[in-house]
Design a protein around this ligand. Sequence first.
Ligand SMILES: C[C@H]1O[C@@H](n2cnc3c(N)ncnc32)[C@H](O)[C@@H]1O
Ligand SMILES: [Zn+2]
Length: 434
Amino acid sequence: MTQTDPDIFGTKTQTLIRNIRLDGKPAEIYLDGTGNIASVGEKIKDHDAEFIIDGNGATALPGMVNMHAHSPMSLLRGYSDDMPLFEWLSTKIWPTEAHLTESDIYWGAKLACLEMIRTGTTTFNDMYFMMNNVAEAVDEAGIRACLSYCMIDGGDHEKFEKECSVMEKTVATLKARANPRIIPGVSPHAVYTVSEEGLRWCAEFSERENIPLHIHVDETDENPDCIKAHGMRVAQWLDHCGVLSNRCIAAHCCWLDADDIRLFADRGVTVVHNPVSNMKLSVGRALPYPELKAAGVNVTLGTDGASSNNDLDMFGEMKTAAILQKFFWNDPTIMPASEALTIASRNGAKALGINAGVIAPGFLADIILVGKTVTTTPAFNTTSNAVYATSGLAVDTTICDGAVLMHEGFIPGAEEILAKSERVAFDLVRRATA
Ligand SMILES: C[C@H]1O[C@@H](n2cnc3c(N)ncnc32)[C@H](O)[C@@H]1O
Ligand SMILES: [Zn+2]
């Protein structure tokens, strides 16, 4: 069996991965076709491999977990840049999103899944609209995702009622797919776009269904407006509405203060750092990571949409997170490479309740191989190279749920997805600007 055998793609098979490095040491990994890692060791003798992947000295890492994305926004990559957040959303993004069709959503998500597989992401936490079309793309791509419909009611009660019914239908439809790689979630957009009844309803629904709640929090300083409207800071207001719990995944969180951080720690909230998007949109402050870490808050990593990043490469995101934190808080010891890697993989998996992010027997076989190449040589420290030196394009093999999705940089069907999403994106913008 050669490693370029086309049968290797897309199905769980008994696979031996050899000639790799794990934590800097020579290793082999055996997948027994169940979707889990069966064994890890220096030399695996007892196996029944149908396929053998020769890593040629590659570094094995857990697949990246991108904890804040808007996958269909890959269609709007480079469409509108270099503007302040609210002007960008209200004059460029929202008017264009009003023209999105189900087919656009599907092709945008296909493009995003392709990029994530190419750059070593095996799970993403997504917030957008028409999520069943995103699910279709996720299903076909073989990647793992938590998918949430984004509620925006703008304080309008009629709109609120409509949004609740879309949210309920979305969760039911996603559940009915019965795909273990797809987790439904709920997503009120933010405190400045969702009413009190909207926030409360989402919190109760997420509790009832026992599914994650994904929300934008304190990206820019939302506190003065929140205090004016409700007499409380954003974190307190969310708590007042029942939103803060261990199901809550809060993206951005740049403007949390010490009391907010204590509240998040008490409630078991997960925070997502989005350093590239935050810097590009100049939100004014970096995530208070040192204080969150000291308080024991689970911190994860995300790219945000491809129209504010503008890529979905978690390797670039890890490096940016580590160097932004060091620079902003003026301390080079903050977020060492191994911590950045944990934040980008294990911590996200934990927040979504996925048994992944660790390469050890019994964990899900969500594994990537970073090839031996210019940016990973010399291999004094493979973790340092992964975080500080290489981009996701050095990933040459991506495995999710025990199935090979990319090998030697090749992903079946990639060319069609690029060609079609290119056409779909231009057509969308033509309609939106007509
Ligand atoms: C899911 C919804 O969130 C919007 N969206 C995309 N990027 C951001 C951001 N940085 N902050 C707030 N909202 C955002 C999308 O454009 C969509 O309307
Ligand atoms: Zn976002």
